[in-house]
Design a protein. Sequence first.
Length: 381
Amino acid sequence: MTNRTPAAQRAIALHRESWGKPAVVSRAPGRVNLIGEHTDYNGGYVLPMAIEFDTVVALSPTRSGRRSTVISEDFGKAALDSKRESIDSTHWASYVFGVSHLLHGHGISTGSWNCSIATDVPIGACLSSSAALEVALAAALLQLAGESWEPAETAQLCQRVENEVVGMPCGIMDPLISACAIAGHASLIDCRLLDVRPRRLPEGTVTAILDTTTRRELVDSAYADRRSACGRAADWLGVAALRDARLDDVERMPDELANERRRARHVVTENERTLEAAQAMCEDDAEALGALMNASHVSLRDDYEVSGPALDAIVEIAQTSPGCIGARMTGGGFAGCAVALVDTEAANAFASAVQESYRVTTGFDARVWLSRPAAGASLLD
């Protein structure tokens, strides 16, 4: 059990206003990925950390037959029927429906329930607000049913929600780090083996999350196109996934597969960078880690082509701001957030410089958060 977070206080208050005292309260964090982008669905390596923003679910059983009711502080109320087999994938409650529906498919019986949701994870910022919701809800429903799952099992179910219910062909990284993060540590994750190894940030550094305040929906053709291109590249290379490819073989792909070659080159080199970054963290080498983050952004911009004007602008500004050791876009791309490794003593000056320069350069206001690595999902008192 863990003490209440700000989002928990709001979720509990919302539940009390609607139905009374909740029986179960659970939290799960968002995440920022330090390096290892678009490698998880290619069976590769990622290096994310949970952040100090939570999504919280307060839940209690009810006797309303098949009907469950959910209230979100951001999106309002929705009713779910336990006999329902599908839902509009664009509806915000599709994440809630998906978790409940797939748990029922595993024989987890929770009956009907009332649920309130509050979050501090910025929605649409590529900080895994959806994974945080799915993981928190799964933890609450499992507790209500008297069941106990390993974090990796919960993460796999939540990935299925994204893939099968919402229609987002994402990998395992987001729900896995939300479910199993260790406080004070980032995690090197082998997305094929689901092996998770904690890594501390270099001494004297802090992570800065840089929100461009631009937004993009990820459930669209651009994301699916990247994944399809990776699959075609793997087929041509004769490997099960691009994790198994060698750079020399990628560079020999024919010009008619130039697009697939660029996508594969990013994945192969990004896996190498991620493993090198984990080693740099073991050696407390902040400069090496920062250089790898910078190189990752170039690869995402030029080979994988998932950056965007706002992301490029804020990364360039960050890299030239006081105390910055390295910076890159983070998440699915095109919009949302970047991440920077910053000297702790210069962190406040860095944040102010980025916000001012970004406003002058783009005309938009950026948000900058400094975050320590947070703990994964937990039940609350």
